[in-house]
Design a protein around this ligand. Structure first.
Ligand code: NAD
Ligand code: UDP
Length: 315
């Protein structure tokens, strides 16, 4: 018999890369999961293995429109995350972040649900403070190619905090740093998926710019663990809280590591750096350690090995 203390949980963007892992984890913990997705970048294949579970439901829905459903908790992940995907239809990207947040916050208010926002390190823009702490307000271009995503996510954070102050909503805001792992879209243009696909095909590895820009890569299992821990913190803890792996690498180092782990004959080639590409990114995770008792466990080599294995099988 199902444990009566378990919850019904809505995950928007549940068919995406992170969302599908979150659906899997919450089902494994014995909760009922409702996955809401319009399949803009998500895929049924990400959640196919969950469909036979009677506690799993899929609703095809665009979060830009209101949704009426009864749940205890909401994880709001709906939004394309790769620069290639979110710049494809930038107006829609902002609508998804802003209208999506308004609709999900409105739903949470009506049904008194707790709600978590998947925010991003992009709220820091091209940061002048390094590593980034949650108290840093960021350095974001409001009119550039990345702005639809960055400013959409910043506005969503504003809405979360205003609903919290004005309507006493129970909110949690996670600032997610670059995350990678199985079920990334092979053509999403993000660095880890691009480099692995190129390496497995023995094609040139396309490093944008001189490759000295940095990122800090978190394995998906660690990230999901952080989101679930954040949701279960006491109501007076809202975040925003950085969730990411603080081990920083240059993009060239990532390329070299992937070539070595795949045993590829690929060569590194350089391509122009996209505009507003942040030069450095590294989370200060002191708050996550102290407030969630969370820190990442999977190192880059272990994480890349399992991601490479996923893409190998896909091919
Ligand atoms: P993803 O593109 O794989 O997943 C996004 C999901 O949202 C997809 O399933 C897509 O179909 C769905 N979606 C998009 N627009 C929608 C709409 N209007 N209505 C309903 N569903 C919609 O991306 P991801 O990497 O899984 O990212 C998930 C969330 O985490 C996003 O909000 C993203 O901004 C955030 N995030 C991710 C990263 C990362 O490194 N993966 C970093 C920072 C923040
Ligand atoms: N990048 C690269 N080659 C690629 C894809 C990305 O050099 O084929 C670089 C990109 O310019 C950025 C970093 O890798 O500096 C991370 O890019 P990604 O799109 O994964 O995420 P971002 O952190 O920029 O949102």
């Amino acid at each position: 018999m199902k444990n009566l203390v378990n919850k019904r949980i809505l995950i928007t963007g549940g068919a995406g890369f992170l969302g599908s892992h979150l659906c899997e984890k919450l089902l494994a913990e014995g909760h009922e999961v409702v996955c809401v997705d319009n399949f803009y970048t998500g895929r049924k294949s990400n959640i196919k293995h969950l469909m036979s579970n009677p506690y799993f439901e899929i609703v095809r829905h665009d979060v830009c429109f209101p949704l009426y459903i009864e749940v205890d908790e909401i994880y709001n992940l709906a939004c394309p995350a790769s620069p290639v995907h979110y710049q494809f239809d930038p107006v829609q990207t902002t609508k998804t972040s802003v209208h999506g947040a308004i609709n999900m916050l409105g739903l949470a208010k009506r049904i008194k649900a707790k709600i978590l926002q998947a925010s991003t390190s992009e709220v820091y823009g091209d940061p002048s403070v390094h590593p980034q702490t949650e108290s840093y307000w960021g350095n974001v271009n409001p009119i550039g190619f990345r702005s639809c995503y960055d400013e959409g996510k910043r506005c969503a954070e504003t809405l979360f905090f205003d609903y919290h102050r004005q309507h006493k909503l129970r909110i949690k805001v996670a600032r997610i740093f670059n995350t990678y792992g199985p079920r990334m879209h092979p053509n999403d243009g993000r660095v880890v998926s691009n480099f692995i696909m190129q390496a497995l095909g023995n094609e040139d590895i396309t490093v944008y710019g001189d490759g000295r820009q940095t990122r800090s890569f978190c394995y998906v299992d660690d990230l999901i663990d952080g989101l679930v821990k954040l949701m279960s913190t006491p109501d007076d803890f809202t975040g925003p809280v950085n969730i990411g792996n603080p081990v920083e690498s240059t993009i060239v180092e990532i390329a070299e590591k992937i070539i070595s782990l795949t045993g590829s004959s690929s060569k590194i080639v350089h391509r122009p750096l996209p505009s507003d590409d942040p030069m450095q990114r590294n989370p200060d995770i002191t708050l996550a350690k102290n407030s969630l008792g969370w820190e990442p466990k999977v190192n880059l080599e272990q994480g890349l090995r399992s991601t490479i294995e996923y893409f190998r099988q896909l091919l």
